[in-house]
Design a binder for this molecule. Structure first.
Ligand code: SAM
Length: 262
């Protein structure tokens, strides 16, 4: 592959969509882009860039493809159990009045809704809000609607929560208004936008695996600063942080990092 053609393509995507693909893992990203380009029959990246400029639909398909929106309710249920039984009770003891949570790279909403359902169900006295962000505006729009295939909900959501917080309609189910109103969706690029702060819990799962090491390390520091001391970062099941103390974190349980109290 021609390096210059590729580098110019990355620059074109950044100008066109504001997404900096150079900060994602290089080899993996190159493979994905090449496969997209070949599947759509473009001879080189310059031709693909020109088509993305002309064709809004192709641009949306391209962005959907590179951002990888796969998600699930209570993804890795055993880790959500740890959140329920160990992490949330401590956070609530320390902040009995209200919890501020952030689901960063929330995709189509399964993750922030899982968190909101869990809090409503297991900590009914606690006030809380979940900020849910993603770079992908079309994923956010679907998330905000709150409709999911009934089979997916049946497979992924425990019965008690399904019965309490979903409304069936045909072969789909909608997240109940009591859950939806606790979640606020907003577009946010983890690699480019300023971070909000003051959180008790940040859930950021299955996105950092796509980022190059330098970007990941910057994110660890930014997440640290976005948490209050004692607050927790919950990461995906292949995303352990090596030497968490370097970033001001203490391992509270596998995949849960507590911001150290200075
Ligand atoms: C595989 S999904 C993970 C969804 C959810 N967190 C989970 O674990 O099920 C990855 C998400 O990261 C988002 N994403 C990719 N790059 C991003 C960036 N730079 N900033 C914010 N979100 C990003 C994608 O749009 C996608 O929705």
């Amino acid at each position: 592959m021609d390096d210059r053609d590729y580098a110019q393509f990355l620059a074109a995507v950044k100008r066109l969509a504001g997404v900096d693909l150079a900060q994602y893992k290089a080899q993996q990203m190159r493979r994905r882009l090449l496969s997209f380009r070949d599947r759509h029959g473009f001879a080189d990246f310059a031709a693909l860039a020109a088509a993305l400029r002309r064709d809004g639909q192709l641009l949306r398909a391209f962005l959907d493809y590179v951002t990888i929106n796969v998600s699930a309710f209570f993804r890795n249920p055993e880790q959500w159990k740890v959140l329920e039984t160990r992490i949330l009770p401590r956070l609530v003891r320390e902040r009995p009045r209200a919890l501020a949570c952030w689901s960063a790279a929330c995709s189509t909403g399964e993750e922030p809704y899982s968190l909101a359902m869990l809090l409503l169900h297991t900590q009914p006295a606690v006030r809380f809000e979940v900020l849910a962000t993603d770079i992908d505006a079309s994923a956010l729009a679907r998330a905000e609607d709150g409709w999911y295939e009934a089979a997916k909900v049946r497979d992924e959501v425990p019965l008690a929560l399904r019965e309490a917080y979903f409304r069936p309609e045909g072969d789909r189910m909608r997240v109940d208004e009591r859950v939806r109103r606790r979640v606020r969706f907003r577009r946010h690029d983890l690699l480019a936008d300023p971070f909000p702060s003051g959180f008790d819990l940040i859930v950021c799962r299955n996105v950092m695996i796509y980022f190059a090491d330098a970007a990941k390390e910057r994110l660890y520091r930014q997440f640290h600063d976005a948490l209050r001391p004692g607050g927790v970062l919950f990461v995906g099941s292949t995303e352990q942080i090596f030497s968490p103390h370097r970033y001001g974190f203490v391992l509270e349980a596998p995949f849960f990092y507590r911001r150290a109290t200075e």
